[in-house]
Design a protein around this ligand. Structure first.
Ligand SMILES: NC(=O)c1ccc[n+]([C@@H]2O[C@H](COP(=O)([O-])OP(=O)(O)OC[C@H]3O[C@@H](n4cnc5c(N)ncnc54)[C@H](O)[C@@H]3O)[C@@H](O)[C@H]2O)c1
Length: 356
């Protein structure tokens, strides 16, 4: 199976939530390069230097600034637009913030997703939806075995747990309202995508490893590392986004056979420790140092997490194009060299990756 993403998305109406965020800004630019007509729905970007501003995101789409916790607004925006595809990325996406604002995290990640699915119940045209959750939806026993899609859903902290709840809600809506066996009645196909720890240029979030590294190296300061020995499935942002697009393309072609959850992670044994990632980043940057201060009373975060990606390989013919070393190289290249024209630099990375 080789999906022609141009053919799938050219001229199609795509409703993209989270378009002002890190992954959403990249996806917006890719969709535009594939010829889609995009309507974005999100809160305003948090900082003036966010990637959304750097790529002039508001000029690339119909950009709606709104809150997915507002059920009536999200319903109106979806039904007015009548999308062919929905990619739902909007979320409170940070583990640390979920300890500070757990209620808001659940409201956004669980109810926000439910409002989107509920709006889709009222659509009278065929639509293909990919709901973005995370690798953290699995109950994590911190073993070296990678989690396949049918592993038990769990989640320790409010972020992971809210995304696990999100998966359960997606399952219920799919059983009850978007059942593949009754596709000819509702014409809605809905799948979920669980990716690993994503890195790439233009992420400026607080308390995320790569933005912390980029900020420190750009300021000539030592990188401060929270959990040096934690192992994560790191991947370049373009790899999971390619997975989401391939899943949507495949699901549009086969709406009854692929309405399921899919993992998109690095190849087995390409997971790396945090300290490895820091050393690789410094190597790519050309100079820099790091320190690992003892942080008393830090909140629990998973120490080891691996994803099995066999299903995406078998059913979608998807594989990561980059290994972790290449992912770091492309990321550091962005932070080092994109200042003069971030839009052109980001477009160029997309064109090279997708061969556009
Ligand atoms: N970055 C990663 O490593 C990673 C890994 C796995 C999964 N994910 C998932 O991918 C998605 C995108 O992540 P990201 O890294 O781009 O996050 P981000 O924080 O950069 O962006 C989040 C987006 O969601 C929007 N949003 C948040 N609350 C909202 C609300 N109440 N109403 C409307 N919009 C709201 C923000 O405005 C922003 O556009 C999220 O669902 C996240 O859970 C991210």
């Amino acid at each position: 199976m080789n999906y022609d993403l141009h053919k799938t998305f050219q001229g199609k109406r795509v409703f993209l939530t989270g378009h002002t965020g890190f992954k959403g800004s990249w996806l917006l630019l890719i969709l535009k390069q594939l010829g889609a007509e995009v309507k974005g729905f999100s809160l305003a970007p948090k900082n003036e230097f966010d990637l959304f501003y750097q790529i002039k995101g508001a000029t690339l789409c119909q950009s709606v600034i709104g809150d997915i916790r507002d059920r009536e607004i999200i319903k109106r925006e979806i039904l007015d637009f009548q999308p062919d595809f929905v990619f739902h990325l909007a979320a409170q996406a940070l583990v640390i913030d979920s300890y500070i604002n757990p209620v808001e995290t659940y409201e956004t990640n669980v109810m926000g997703s439910i409002y989107i699915m509920d709006a889709l119940r009222q659509m009278n045209k065929a639509c293909t939806t990919v709901m973005i959750t995370t690798d953290k939806v699995y109950e994590n026993f911190e073993t070296t075995d990678p989690y396949p899609e049918d592993a038990r859903i769990g989640g320790y902290d409010p972020y992971s747990n809210s995304k696990a709840c999100n998966e359960l809600a997606i399952g219920s809506y799919r059983n009850c309202f978007f059942n593949p066996e009754k596709y000819n009645e509702h014409h809605q196909a809905i799948a979920s995508a669980r990716s690993g720890n994503v890195i790439g240029g233009g992420d400026w979030s607080a308390n995320r490893l790569v933005p912390d590294i980029a900020r420190a190296l750009r300021a000539n300061e030592a990188v401060n590392i929270r959990n040096p020995l934690s192992v994560r499935p790191w991947q370049h942002v373009l790899d999971p986004l390619n997975g989401y697009l391939m899943l949507a393309a495949a699901l549009a072609e086969n709406p009854t056979g692929l309405a399921e959850g899919f993992n998109f992670g690095p190849r087995t044994n390409d997971e790396r420790t945090v300290i490895d990632m820091v050393k690789l980043s410094i190597e790519n940057w050309g100079s820099g140092s790091f320190e690992t201060p003892e942080i008393i009373g830090k909140p629990h975060e998973a120490g080891l997490l691996k994803l099995a990606i066999d299903k995406a390989k078998q059913k979608l013919d998807w594989e990561p194009k980059f290994d972790s070393a290449e992912a770091v190289k492309w990321t550091m290249d962005w932070y080092k060299n994109s200042d003069a024209d971030p839009l052109a630099f980001t477009q160029n990375q997309i064109e090279t990756f997708f061969g556009l």
